[in-house]
Design a protein around this ligand. Structure first.
Ligand SMILES: Cc1cc2nc3c(=O)[nH]c(=O)nc-3n(C[C@H](O)[C@H](O)[C@H](O)COP(=O)(O)O)c2cc1C
Length: 176
């Protein structure tokens, strides 16, 4: 298993998966990683909806996303046919829910890397889940009362590879 620093270096957004499902133990490790994330004031308000890739609600979300963005015949669905999708929702009245969900989803991504799995964080369904069908989707995804979509992640066995992204410390960092 990679160290945390190795996982950070190796991780890349995986946009292609094999059909192999996650084991229950792998799924539970990812859930635990999400729940172990720090949250503002230790509110632990982030809710995780876990779905198999063949859950019909995902097709409905895909259709709504495509309708809103006027996309016809996409090359892949929004979760790249991954066997598992996790949708994180948070209390819409809480100022830190988006940050808390971001930390939780990165915990899940790194845990996936630790297990030798691939993942990709998913923001592209935001308009679909927060739009006029938000009540319908929130109910179908069993979000707690007054919760809204924050972010999602697809996880599975990697069928593709990609170099980790490049970055510029010169541009993005100031050391005083
Ligand atoms: C908040 C957020 C939302 C993202 N949404 C999507 C998405 O909807 N679809 C997608 O393919 N990748 C998505 N990504 C992945 C980014 O495109 C990716 O992290 C970036 O291109 C850098 O590549 P890397 O993750 O391989 O290093 C998202 C990443 C973040 C942090």
């Amino acid at each position: 298993m990679p160290t945390i620093l190795e996982a950070l270096e190796q991780r890349f957004s995986t946009r292609g998966y094999t059909a192999e499902k996650l084991t229950e133990a792998e799924r539970d490790t990812l859930i635990r990683a999400g729940l172990q994330a720090p949250t503002a004031a230790n509110r632990q308000e982030i809710h995780i909806t876990v779905l198999d890739g063949d859950n019909p609600i995902l097709e409905e979300i895909e259709a709504e996303k495509n309708a809103l963005a006027n996309i016809q015949n996409p090359a892949h669905n929004f979760y790249y046919e991954a066997p598992t999708v996790m949708i994180l929702s948070g209390d819409t009245a809480m100022a830190w829910s988006a940050v808390d969900a971001g930390i939780a989803v990165q915990n899940i991504a790194l845990a996936a890397e630790g297990l030798g799995l691939g993942s990709v964080i998913l923001g592209c369904i935001k308009a679909a889940l927060n739009g006029e069908k938000s009540e319908y989707f929130s109910k179908a995804l069993r979000f707690p009362e007054n919760y809204g979509y924050q972010v999602a992640i697809a996880v599975g066995h990697k069928a593709v590879t990609k170099a980790p992204h490049e970055y510029s410390a010169e541009k993005n960092v100031t050391i005083l």
